[in-house]
Design a binder for this molecule. Sequence first.
Ligand code: KG4
Ligand code: ZN
Length: 344
Amino acid sequence: MGLILGIESSCDETAAAVVENGRKVHSSVIATQIDLHKAFGGVVPEIAARAHLQLIDQIVDEALDKAKVTLDQIDAIAVTQGPGLIGALLVGICYAKGMAVASGKPLIPINHVEAHIHGAMLGLSTAAEELYPCLALVVSGGHTNIYLMPDPTTFQLLAYSIDDACGESFDKVSKLFGLGYPGGPVIEKLARAGDPRAYAMPRMMEQKDKLLFSYSGLKTYMVNLRQRLPTPIPDDVLGHLCASFQEEALGQLVRKLEGAYTLHPEARSILIAGGVAANLRFRHLVHERIGIPAYFPQLQYCSDNAAMIAALGYHHLEKAGKAATFMNYNWDAFSRYQFTDNMV
Ligand code: KG4
Ligand code: ZN
């Protein structure tokens, strides 16, 4: 019961993958719609849903072909149930339901945010006993969540943002400086030429034991700072601004990880996932400041992909112990992150 077909269509990536035992990726195909949405400065839900509809069968076929397997050889299908754009989700879910009904395979509904964490374990050979219990940070354009995970399918939410997500603050600051979308990669690049101490940033949510994030104050500070600067902003000043902003945006993540580890010293490792996990300065800060092993996804598994969906699907199937649990196809999609009964 180890070969899972994953399907992802929650936002602007149509993706399918075949993964064995939650770790070994046989194929991972991702079609990004970034160019379709660029002109609008963000993802347009209806355009996203229609683009998924055009591509999904090709992408799933390609994932099976690349893995050199047929649907017959797949043990179960895992698909993103939410959170995400409803129209976009429905495309993947309906497609997966159709496949499951036609083939008689179990269909596993997956929480996209929780699946991101499994992206950090793709291709990893570290034994489960060395990883769990672990702390997990999902840091993307929509979420800044820390979980305590006693095992691969239990996610106890310890921290979340009371306003903007960390990646969202990179995107908004990038827009403010006319640097385009997504903001993270361009700010990271410009920050390399700047001095992170050039501008004193407000330190948000400083209390380490208070596990909540906040990014809107930092963003407002940047808006006010921008008003005092000339147009165009000289290149060296822009580098300093990006470096100073990035250092505090990432610094808050590191402080809260330190706080979470102090509260949960039983954690054996830290898993970090989501778009911001691609940031090399962040990876450096985590390795420097956190005293337990930290695992980041390979770059292709930081942003949305279906391999992480298949990986978490495998663990749900393994926990249930029998495929029959997932033969009920009568369930709905959800648009926002759902707090489970694991909320602590
Ligand atoms: O996980 P993701 O691809 O999509 C979701 O939000 O679900 O994350 C995208 C976010 C964007 O906000 C983007 O600006 C940010 O991740 N990001 C980064 C970097 N690469 C992507 N933020 C900081 N540094 C980066 N290198
Ligand atoms: Zn995502």
